[in-house]
Design a protein around this ligand. Structure first.
Ligand SMILES: [Fe+2]
Length: 182
């Protein structure tokens, strides 16, 4: 599936601007991570775009989140290479693996929120956020407390954390207008 088609499919199921931005941000980090790891960047980006496609429809039922998304994607004609990571990113319910794509998805899912939160404390200016900003804020447990640091750290199996912070910041700066940031 092409990126543009993935966004259209997401828009059929997601209304909230903040959730759209979260999916776009997670996708941008997934694409950059795939590039760094010599993986399929187009595929990883699509997985990032679609990972929370069921979020509004499950309406807080975390037992269904992920599985409902995977079912929806399979019904839409996508394969297990997309549906599997989408299902398993709800690692608490559907089990966890340390494959590159699963590790990257749960890391990006949390990293995206952290970088956006860094921009918000700078008045929405993502251009002022650096890897150093992220490194400092990651240590502050009260900051963006919903962003799971353990999931971010798991990327260390594949790359150094400072490199991951830099890659994530650059990826989001690339799409900052899509995120409503400057
Ligand atoms: Fe997410």
């Amino acid at each position: 599936m092409e990126r543009a088609d993935a966004i259209l499919l997401l828009q059929e199921h997601v209304v909230k601007e903040s959730l759209m931005a979260h999916c776009r941000a997670t996708a941008a980090i997934m694409r950059a991570t795939a590039g760094a790891l010599d993986e399929d960047a187009d595929l990883w980006e699509v997985i990032g775009i679609l990972h929370d496609i069921d979020y509004e429809e499950v309406d807080g039922d975390m037992q269904c989140h992920g599985n409902a998304g995977a079912a929806l994607l399979l019904a839409a004609g996508l394969g297990e290479e997309v549906a599997g990571p989408v299902r398993r990113h709800n690692f608490e319910t559907y089990g966890d693996t340390d494959t590159p794509v699963d590790t990257a998805l749960t890391a990006a899912d949390n990293m995206s929120g952290l970088v956006i939160a860094c921009a918000m404390v700078k008045g929405g200016r993502l251009s002022e956020v650096t890897a150093k900003t992220v490194k400092k804020k990651v240590k502050d447990k009260a900051f963006a407390a919903g962003c799971n640091r353990d999931r971010i750290r798991r990327i260390e199996t594949y790359m150094e954390l400072p490199a991951y912070y830099a890659l994530s910041v650059a990826a989001l700066q690339n799409i900052k207008e899509d995120l409503g940031l400057s």
